[in-house]
Design a protein around this ligand. Structure first.
Ligand SMILES: [Zn+2]
Ligand SMILES: [Zn+2]
Length: 185
């Protein structure tokens, strides 16, 4: 993979966050859901566990989603805006089993701010590499979920909410319809 590990992790976390307002409806309905999401995506650091925190995270989703609908110039503006609003200050840090990587917010920054900056830093990497096109909307009709394709051959077309399977089943059924007599022989 041509991208740093934290780029992949940052994009995956951003995809998951944006898709909590995706095809399956509201996945962050309350604070408990946000706690579960934060656990699943290993968001450590300070938390307030209040409604304001939940609302700030929810409000971040449409802003991040714009990155999937933007051309490069627009994406640059969004990334710079996210970093500026957070007063992001990139620092090389090392902790746990991780080697040196970038943190651009202090651990005491609000959760939504840390989420915004991590997403912005990851998308920044894509833009610098000329690879913004790896941010895609799921190809399954009517889905609308987002995905980040970091595969070598850039072949990922469907989101992780089961659309790959749905598409395979659709294709199978279409084959059956177009060859109705095959089973007789
Ligand atoms: Zn870290
Ligand atoms: Zn999908």
């Amino acid at each position: 993979m041509p991208f740093a590990h934290d780029t992949g992790q940052g994009l995956a976390a951003a995809v998951a966050l944006v898709n909590t307002a995706g095809r399956n409806g509201e996945q962050l309905p309350d604070r408990a859901a946000l706690d579960e999401f934060a656990r699943a995506w290993q968001w450590t650091g300070e938390r307030t566990h209040d409604d304001a925190e939940l609302q700030a995270v929810r409000d971040l989703r449409p802003r991040l989603r714009q990155l999937w609908e933007a051309d490069v110039e627009q994406a640059v503006g969004i990334v710079n805006g996210l970093l500026r609003d957070a007063n992001a200050l990139p620092q090389l840090v090392r902790h746990g089993t991780w080697g040196y990587h970038l943190h651009a917010t202090p651990p005491g920054a609000p959760l939504a701010t840390r989420m915004a900056v991590e997403a912005a830093m990851a998308v920044m990497d894509l833009i610098r590499a000329g690879e913004l096109s790896r941010l895609r909307i799921c190809a399954y009709p009517g889905c609308g979920n987002v995905l980040a394709d970091l595969s070598k051959n850039k072949s990922k077309r469907y989101c992780d909410a089961g659309c790959g399977n749905r598409a395979a089943v659709d294709a199978y059924r279409a084959r059956l319809r177009s060859a109705p007599t095959l089973s007789r022989y």
